[in-house]
Design a protein around this ligand. Sequence first.
Ligand code: AMP
Length: 367
Amino acid sequence: MKVGILGGGQLGMMLAEAAEQLAIETLVLDPKPDAVAGRVTRHLAADWGDATALDALAACDVVTYEFENVPSETVERLVARVPVHPSPRSLVVSGDRLREKTLFRELGIETAPFAVVDDRAGLDRAIAEVGLPAVLKTRRFGYDGKGQAVLRSAADVEPAWQALGSQALILEGFVDFDREVSVGAARGRDGRTVFWPATENVHVDGILHLSRAPAEQVSEALFARAVEGLEAVMAKLDYVGVLVVEFFQQGEHLIANEMACRVHNSTHWTIEGAATSQFENQIRAVAGLPLGSTATPRPAAMVNLVGELRDLSPLDGERDVFVHVYGKSPEPGRKLGHVTILADTRAELEARIAKVLAVVGDRAAGG
Ligand code: AMP
């Protein structure tokens, strides 16, 4: 069994590592010559349209992706020759905030109010419909808070239009959330699904900083509704693989913000924290193997290492602390690694998180 992976960043690297544990071969396509997945598996450093590279991928048993902005032409050319999971339709939907929110709404999943913005007059109409405060976002290619502007008052409208108006846009009502939560699932080829517990996420400057799981403030009833929503999305998209949906929590409401049709940073804690990680279940799903248990016996947390790497040696040998360094060159805002933390109790988890943050730097505190 050989799995082709489109995209060779840290997600591709961790997928390849999980596959190796299952004795499954991988082959990664990523145009970047220094893509880190190349450190652990065979990497084709070629353009997305390179015929030889596509031939090599088409010779795999199945192809999946870790990068959602793979050109649609690449995917179309592969689909004609080899099974591609999750379904290319999933990529089309998750790659466009308007389609994504429209799907959520159709399936009865709560979202913030939203309206499409096609031109300057359309922005005024959208503001009239959605109200202020609101968030103006590009429909495509937005990640880690890029390509968006918060409109708090009328004075913010023109500068936001100047910055973003050249692209297709969506306006969303601003959600005054209590916290951000994500839910990860995997669906096998047989349609069977498994769910990891909800994860609570803290972002700093639009980039994930800290995750804790299980999210303590998500009641069983609320989680059950989220599960129903993800089930509906996956059934609709004929989905195979890992899906992660990010929500805003407001009291007993989970308001869907966006979905990732791939393994996701907020679910990295599953490598050590769950019986089966998101990476392993992604490989299992696309390879047609039975999915592994998502049992999560102990509270878990994850801290991202972003922008710069400090001296991490004080964490050497620290019990229940697992350091992952991806081997990427430092750059402001770049995800360079993560640390998983496990504990027996919440209090112990918080103490260990504080200890780790003191070593790696606490972005939430400006460090
Ligand atoms: P996104 O790229 O949609 O994940 O947005 C990045 C971050 O911006 C989110 O994690 C939130 O912290 C914030 N954000 C995005 N959309 C909204 C919204 N409609 N209301 C409030 N905050 C938002």
